[in-house]
Ligand binder design. Sequence first.
Ligand code: 1GP
Length: 253
Amino acid sequence: MLRKRRVLSYLLERRLKGRLHFTLLDPDKVTPREAAELAVLAGKAGSDSILVGGSLGVYEPQLSEVVESIKKACSLPVILFPGNINGLTPKADAVLFMVLLNSDDPYYLSGVQVQAAPLVASMGLEPIPSTYIIVGHGGAAGFIGRARPIPYERHEIIAAHVLAGAFTGSSIIYLEAGSGAPRPVPPEAVALSRKLLDKAGFKETLIVVGGGVRDPSTARDLARAGADALVTGTIVEEDPEKLAPLVEAFKSA
Ligand code: 1GP
C-alpha cells in the first residue's frame, strides 16, 4: 500500500515551525559510504530531508546502495529526485513525482510519469505531486530535460509557471537554476510567485528553490523573498563545512 502523504505531511508540519532545507546527493558523484557520511553531516547542519538523484549516470544497483546506506546512517526521510525512469528505488521513502513544466519534450511532460506511476505504486513509494521549473542557466537538468529555461529577469513568466503548477495540483513547486549554476533563481521571482500563490489561496503550496546557492547571504535573500525550502547539492560535495552556516542563514532569516 502507498504510504500516503506521510513524508509530505512531515514536510508541511515542519514548515509550520520554520523553513526547510534539503541536501541533494547525486549517486553518480558519491559512493554509498560518502553519501551516508554527508547525510549525517547534513542532519547535524539542519537539513530536513535528503534528496537523492541526478541527471546522468544514475542506475541500479548503485542508487539502491546509496539510499540504503543513507537510511542506515540517519533518520531523515530520503526523497528521490529522479532525472528519468532509472531514478527509482523502493529503498527510499518518497519521490518528487514531477512534471518538468517548461520542457518541450513530451517525455518529461507525460511520458515518463505514465511509465513511472505503476512502478512507484508497486514499490510503495510515496509520490509527492511536484512541478519542476527550469530558470536561467538551467544546468544539466535544463539541457537533458529539453527545457526552454525562463530568462532570469522575466519574473512574471516564472510566477505564471508557479501558479500553473499549483493550480494543477502540485504540493511542491521546485524552481531550479541548475546544479552549479552561476546565478541562482532571483529572489524577486520567488517573491512574486509567493505573493500570487497566497492571493489565490494556495498558502500551503511549498516553493522550493535550488541551483547555484553557495553562500549564506544568497540563502537569506531567498528566504526573505518567500522560499519555503532550499536545496543545495554542490556545497556539501565540495565544502561540507560551509553547509551549517548556509542552512542557519536560510532558516533564521
Ligand atoms: C540541483 O537545485 C539543486 O538540482 C542543487 O543545486 O548543486 O548548485 O546546490 P547546487
